[in-house]
Design a protein around this ligand. Structure first.
Ligand code: BTN
Length: 251
């Protein structure tokens, strides 16, 4: 028996403002151990945290800013990239309802063509070799009309479709998708998850420009290894493998 019935429980704590929903949920989990999929949704973050030490820009009340908790104590730390796969697939597949062009830019940004609509920050805690807690923090641009930060290529769902959406409805669908994938992960049905993740990757076909510590190069995407490393094949035919932050996409 999985811990979820067909319609998984969704416990959303909605708050007007916090520094960071990841931080808020981390503290809540330390104090109260709320059930899995407890989700903190904020209208505004004063200090939203992004990847690579960046901040996350989001206008008050316009976007989805949320964090949700899982406790996949069955999952070995070396397989933690599967969590990244299920969360990014849940968002990408929800966005597919709104049109074409959505993809997952390794490791877990969501893109619409060459523009970023969603970023996530997944923070895992380990006990021994297993994951005791995983907090996924997600910033999904929904109704914002203009972006002011230096982030290179942001876009919102409204800019793509011309229509406003109710963020919380999208959140509920995304959480249902995460819960469904989580049941599959728990049941070890990971082949299909990984296949779908690969099919959804940004720049899946053709040669594209990248940059690493030795400079620029052009390569095709071969795939993502189980531990999460990006595998590329450059113009000379050599295979290159990268951990997160060791390579950047060039636009
Ligand atoms: C990125 O840099 O692409 C990741 C951005 C993650 C932002 C989200 S917004 C909700 C959650 N709380 C945070 O402080 N960060 C994440």
């Amino acid at each position: 028996m999985t811990p979820f019935s067909k319609i998984p429980p969704v416990n959303i704590i909605r708050i007007a403002e916090t520094d960071s929903t990841n931080r808020y949920l981390t503290i809540l989990c330390a104090e109260q151990q709320p059930p899995e999929l407890t989700t903190v949704l904020a209208d505004y973050q004063t200090s939203g945290r992004g990847q690579r030490g960046n901040s996350w820009e989001a206008e008050r009340g316009k976007n989805l800013l949320f964090s949700t908790v899982l406790r996949p104590s069955f999952l070995e730390a070396k397989r933690q990239f599967l969590l990244s796969q299920i969360v990014s697939l849940s968002i990408k597949e929800e966005l597919d309802n709104y049109g074409k062009g959505f993809s997952i830019k390794w490791p877990n940004d969501i893109y619409w063509y060459e523009k970023k609509i969603c970023g996530m920050l997944i923070e895992n805690d380990l006990i021994g070799n297993y994951i005791s807690q995983s907090i996924s923090g997600i910033g999904l641009n929904i109704n914002q009309d203009r972006f002011y930060s230096t982030a290179p290529n942001p876009v919102s769902l409204k800019q793509i479709t011309g229509k406003s959406q109710e963020p919380e409805l999208i959140l509920r669908s995304v959480l249902n998708r995460i819960a469904t994938y989580y049941v599959e992960l728990r049941a070890e049905k990971t082949t299909e998850i990984t296949k779908r993740y690969h099919r959804s990757l940004f720049r899946r076909d053709g040669m594209h420009p990248y940059i690493d510590s030795s400079g620029q190069f052009t390569a095709e995407l071969i795939g993502v290894a189980p531990e999460g490393n990006l595998i590329l094949r450059d113009e000379s035919g050599a295979e290159r493998r990268y951990a997160f932050k060791e390579v950047s996409y060039l636009f």
